[in-house]
Ligand binder design. Structure first.
Ligand code: DOR
Ligand code: ZN
Length: 349
C-alpha cells in the first residue's frame, strides 16, 4: 500500500547551529518543504540581521533535498526570540523581512536556552501591539515558570495567567500555541477565534507520562512541556484527526547528543526529524484517520501562516521500517531518535 500526500511542512523545529546543521537540516529537508525554525540558540536570534545570517548557514546544508519525484529546495522560515529589551523597531524590521515569519515567546527559564526569555509577558505588550498591527504571528511556549507551580500544571496555568489575557488584549494578533500537551489547551484553542492555532508533536500524540516514568525513566521521552496524562493524550489525538484547521503539524524536533540526555540531569527534547512524517502516519493510521493526515501535515499550517500550499508530493510506503537505534550527530556518541529501535509501518519512498 502507498500513501501520497502534498509535501508537508514542519511548523516547529530546532536545528541548532554550527556542526549540528549538517545532520539536522537534511533530516528535515528530505521530508518537509518548509520549516519554522526556532531561535533559541546561544545567544538567541533576536535581530533580523542574525536571522538572515542563520538562514544562510541552514541553506548551506539544504541543497538538493529530494521530495518524492521532484527535486525541490527546502525553505527555512525564520523567527525572532522575543526579549524584554527588544525595540519595537525590530518587530517592524521582522515584518518587512521576506525571511522572518514569526516571533517566539519563551518564558524565562521555561526550557532549553530560555534564560534570555520573557520574565513577565506583560513586559512585552508594546512588542505584541506592534506584531498585531503588522500581522506578524506570535509563537508561544506556553508554560509558567514559578517554582510553586507543579510541572504537570504549568501549561494550564499559563493559559489562565498569560495566554487568555494576551488573546483578549490583542484581538487581531495571530497566535500559535506551540506543542500543546493538555486537554485544557485543546479546549482553549477550540473555543478561541480562528486566529489562534496550535502545533502537535509526534511524542505528545504517541505517549503519555506513564511511558516516560513507569518501569524506569526514559530520558529520550523527556521533553518540555512534559508528557501529560492519558486523557490529555487522547484529547490531542482527537484534535489532530478532527480536521479542524487550527491544529497542525509541528514536530518540535529538538536534538541533544545522546549523553546529554542519558545523564543525571538530562536535557529536554525529542529528536524526531529523521522519521517524523512516518511517525505521524503511524498515529493517524492507528486512530483510523489516515485520510486526515494530509490536511494536518500539508495544508492547515500553510493556510494559518497565509503561505501557499506546497505543490510537490510525498510518497509513503506501508512497509516494516525499523527506526535506527542511533543517528550520527556532533561528537562520537551520536543521537537517539524518537522511537529508536522500534518498528513502524511507514517509510518514505
Ligand atoms: O523539549 C524541549 N526542547 N522543549 C523546548 O521547548 C525546547 C527544546 C529544545 O530546544 O531542546
Ligand atoms: Zn521547541
Amino acid at each position: 500500500m502507498q500513501l501520497e500526500i502534498t509535501t508537508p511542512d514542519d511548523w516547529h523545529v530546532h536545528f541548532r547551529d554550527g556542526d549540528a546543521l549538517q545532520y539536522t537540516v537534511p533530516a528535515t529537508a528530505k521530508t518537509f518543504g518548509r520549516a519554522i525554525v526556532m531561535p533559541n540558540l546561544v545567544p538567541p536570534i533576536t535581530t533580523v540581521t542574525q536571522a538572515e545570517a542563520y538562514r544562510q548557514r541552514i541553506l548551506a546544508h539544504a541543497q538538493g533535498a529530494n521530495f518524492g519525484s521532484s527535486t525541490h529546495l527546502f525553505e527555512p522560515l525564520m523567527t525572532l526570540y522575543l526579549t524584554e529589551q527588544m525595540a519595537s523597531s525590530e518587530i517592524a524590521a521582522a515584518a518587512a523581512s521576506p525571511h522572518v515569519f514569526a516571533c517566539k515567546l519563551y518564558p524565562a527559564g521555561a526550557t532549553t536556552n530560555s534564560a534570555n526569555g520573557v520574565r513577565d509577558p506583560a513586559n512585552i505588550y508594546p512588542l505584541l501591539e506592534a506584531m498585531e498591527k503588522l500581522d506578524l504571528p506570535l509563537l508561544v511556549h506556553g508554560e509558567v515558570t514559578e517554582q510553586e507551580v507543579d510541572i504537570f500544571d504549568r501549561e494550564a496555568v499559563f493559559i489562565d495567567r498569560h495566554l487568555a489575557p494576551i488573546a483578549k488584549n490583542f484581538p487581531g494578533l495571530r497566535i500559535v500555541f506551540e506543542h500543546i500537551t493538555t486537554a485544557a489547551a485543546v479546549d482553549f484553542v477550540k473555543e478561541s477565534s480562528n486566529r489562534i492555532g496550535a502545533t502537535l508533536t509526534p511524542q505528545h500524540l504517541m505517549h503519555n507520562r506513564n511511558d516516560l516514568l513507569v518501569g524506569g525513566i526514559r530520558p529520550h521521552l523527556y521533553c518540555l512541556p512534559i508528557l501529560k496524562a492519558a486523557n490529555d493524550q487522547r484529547a490531542l489525538q482527537q484534535a489532530a484527526i478532527s480536521g479542524n484547521p487550527r491544529f497542525f503539524l509541528g514536530t518540535d524536533s529538538a536534538p541533544h547528543a545522546r549523553l546529554t540526555k542519558e545523564a543525571a540531569c538530562g536535557c529536554a527534547g525529542c529528536y524526531s526529524a529523521p522519521t517524523a512524517i512516518e511517525l505521524y502516519a503511524e498515529i493517524f493510521e492507528q486512530l483510523g484517520a489516515l485520510d486526515k493526515l494530509e490536511g494536518f501535515a500539508s495544508f492547515f499550517g500553510a493556510d494559518f501562516y497565509r503561505l501557499p500550499r506546497n505543490i510537490t508530493r510525498l510518497r509513503l510506503q506501508r512497509t516494516s521500517n525499523i527506526v535506527p537505534e542511533r543517528a550520527p550527530f556532533v561528537g562520537e556518541d551520536g543521537i537517539v531518535p524518537l522511537h529508536a529501535g522500534k518498528t513502524i509501518s511507514w517509510q518514505q519512498s
